[in-house]
Design a protein around this ligand. Structure first.
Ligand code: TRP
Length: 341
């Protein structure tokens, strides 16, 4: 394993990204963010955060779920190849400076601006009645600005739904630097994943735990087979001999995302459109493709699960390392705000 000095290399751009621990990670995370992180750790100084405090803005009454999911996500990270010698993995609640920065930033943001944040707005609509939205939920973009600025990250790999978060964070950074006559905080750029969003097995726009349409990195081979079997295809493709639709056919979307043999997939598409190719055969192929990717991940996962103590030590070490960076940012912030007595 390579060792990189995480704190003192000024040439490498600092990347921070994170996940809410509400359950184990799935194939949507794999193509949308995990593979990207495994690549980025080779070229960037990377922090990956398990956002347990942010998860609580939704799951405040389910602390056990969040607690358990932190471990699952940690194991998922390591199993896909996020290497703790190259990436600093940390737990958000282990950095009190994030809470401290959040309080200071809250003065720079109006309630109306938060209500207008498109991500928050959509999520509030999904929740229903606005009077049930907690202050913690409404202000989570400010907390997220604290996540990113505490390590002075300048590049944030996220999904498109998170763009308004980065925009709001940059507003806070500019206001802070202007009002307190400083240059401590740094603006960040979003990095949108190349792979478009993976649909759920039901063909719905997004794979997600709440829609119950996800294939998890932790699913065993039989579960993967059963989920692929239930996958949405072309509802009008009733007989093998019928011509079938490729567009919107989830099995093909997945083959495009995961099957390494693009030439053969192109031939299968043609055959399917001509007629004479059955869904069962395609699904068998997809099951094999997915299990080829997932089997080594599953095996590494099982090994790590046996030694949770060692896994938690990795998280503690990463959190400690992050804390040192956050403390130094905090000192500069206090200095700029005349809070050193
Ligand atoms: N809000 C992100 C999500 O729901 C998770 C997250 C928390 C995050 N803090 C972050 C992502 C900081 C990037 C940077 O997926």
């Amino acid at each position: 394993m390579k060792t990189i000095n995480h704190t003192t290399n000024p040439l490498r751009e600092i990347v921070l990204t994170g996940d809410r621990p509400t359950g184990p990670l799935h194939l949507g995370h794999y193509v949308g963010s995990l593979l990207n992180r495994v690549a980025l750790q080779e070229t960037h100084q990377q922090f990956v955060m398990i956002a347990d405090l942010q998860a609580l803005t939704d799951y405040y009454d389910k602390p056990d779920t969040v607690h358990h999911a932190v471990r699952q996500i940690l194991v998922d990270y390591l199993a896909v190849g996020i290497d703790p010698c190259m990436t600093t993995i940390f737990i958000q609640s282990g950095i009190p400076e994030i809470a401290e920065l959040t309080v200071l930033y809250l003065n720079l943001v109006t309630i109306n601006r938060l209500r207008r944040n498109p991500t928050v707005k959509t999520e509030m609509q999904q929740k229903g009645a606005e009077e049930h939205v907690s202050a913690g939920f409404l202000t989570y973009p400010v907390n997220q600005a604290a996540d990113i600025t505490c390590v002075k990250a300048t590049l944030v790999p996220v999904g498109e739904d998170q763009l308004p978060m980065i925009e709001q964070m940059n507003e806070i950074v500019r206001d802070f630097n202007r009002i307190y006559h400083t240059t401590v905080l740094r603006e960040a750029k979003p990095l949108i994943a190349r792979t478009s969003r993976l649909p759920g097995i039901d063909g719905k726009a997004k794979m997600s735990k709440s829609l119950n349409n996800a294939i998890y990195l932790s699913d065993d081979a039989d579960t993967v087979a059963a989920k692929v079997k239930a996958m949405y295809t072309d509802p009008n493709h009733l007989r093998v001999s019928d011509p079938g639709q490729v567009a919107g056919n989830t099995v093909f979307t997945y083959l495009d995302a995961f099957d390494p043999d693009h030439k053969e997939v192109a031939e299968l598409k043609e055959h399917y459109q001509r007629g004479g190719l059955g869904d069962m055969m395609l699904k068998k192929r997809l099951t094999d493709v997915l299990n080829t990717i997932l089997t080594p991940i599953r095996e590494r996962r099982a090994l790590f699960m046996k030694d949770l103590e060692a896994i938690m030590a990795i998280a503690h070490e990463g959190t400690q390392r992050t804390r040192e960076v956050a403390q130094s940012t905090m000192y500069e912030v206090r200095e700029a705000m005349k809070l050193l007595y």
